[in-house]
Design a protein around this ligand. Structure first.
Ligand code: ZN
Length: 298
């Protein structure tokens, strides 16, 4: 049985989680109360100083079934030798609260990181489709964008964008229907592991915008496809992409203007000094190929 004072602290922690419903708040409360690891002296004489509780330590406590009198072995709970400090109801309620938060956080990260990053290709132009997001009315909207569109503008490929949440869901559902993925297990994985798990099964996923068709190419050479109505990103061309595209176009235009001006100067230089194109390029420190390339601009 733990020290009565320690048992009191553990109960305080669990109750605080239920009251505050926010681990950061609980951490501040607990630290303010001075709860933490007391000073410890090891057998070899080393003294560990007292340590305020850390966030990780707090999580270990509120996730530890030992406080409800159980032990975890290979992900299953068994009755332990010690009596619990907190009631089974309180413990379960805390677990549910933490699980709900984790799923929510994992879900957003899934969208930011793009669950299908590295796997998804645009069938129309063969480019990769990459995860990104736009903001509208203060809300973020996550989608995949055809990389060609991202680079060269929305006119360059009909695919443009597709909403992530719907697309991810469509793919995961089909994979689990075919027994290629255990949905319950999959949901428990961290986002990075989810992506790796998909990459172990699938080689490539393509999206054909015009046919609204998704095709999954498995590692074992088998492929299957299905029609899916997945919507494009809302609000049309996102501002961020539009601005980036404008900037690239401006840079291109600036470069073109610069080289045209240079070409005019070279021609003038040739005329005044009565030089051949080759001599002129040499005098300016350019290769003759580069010289004629620039002169071809006018
Ligand atoms: Zn494309």
């Amino acid at each position: 049985m733990p020290h009565p004072e320690q048992a009191e602290q553990i109960r305080f922690i669990f109750d605080s989680v239920l009251r505050e419903r926010n681990v950061s708040n609980v951490l501040s409360l607990v630290q303010a109360k001075g709860i933490g690891l007391p000073e410890r002296k090891c057998k070899n004489g080393v003294v560990w100083p007292a340590n305020p509780i850390s966030r990780a330590h707090l999580y270990r406590i509120i996730r530890n079934p030992v406080y409800v009198g159980k032990v975890r072995y290979k992900n299953k709970l068994y009755p332990g030798e010690q009596e619990g400090i907190v009631s089974a109801e309180v413990f379960q309620e805390v677990q549910d609260l933490l699980d709900a938060k984790r799923i929510k956080r994992g879900y957003t990260r899934k969208l930011i990181d793009g669950l299908l990053r590295g796997l998804l290709y645009c069938k129309e132009c063969g480019s990769k489709m990459v995860p990104t997001y736009g903001k509208k009315n203060g809300r973020k909207h996550f989608y995949y964008i055809c990389h060609k569109c991202q680079r060269e503008g929305y006119a360059s490929c009909p695919t443009k964008t597709v909403r992530q949440a719907e697309f991810n869901e469509a793919v995961i559902r089909r994979l689990s229907e075919r027994g290629l993925l255990n949905r319950a297990e999959f949901e428990r994985l961290s986002i990075d592991k989810q992506t790796s798990a998909l990459m172990e099964t699938a080689e490539k996923i393509t999206y054909a915008y015009q046919d609204e068709y998704i095709e999954v190419f498995l590692k074992n050479g088998v492929s299957f496809g299905f029609r899916a109505k997945v919507k494009p990103h809302i609000g049309g061309v996102p501002k961020r992409e539009r601005q980036a595209y404008k900037n690239r176009q401006k840079l291109k235009a600036d470069k073109a203007t610069y080289y045209k001006a240079l070409a005019l100067q070279i021609r003038e230089y040739m005329r005044v000094n009565n030089l051949s194109q080759k001599q002129c390029a040499q005098a300016l420190g350019l290769s003759s190929a580069r010289g004629s390339q620039i002169l071809a601009l006018i």
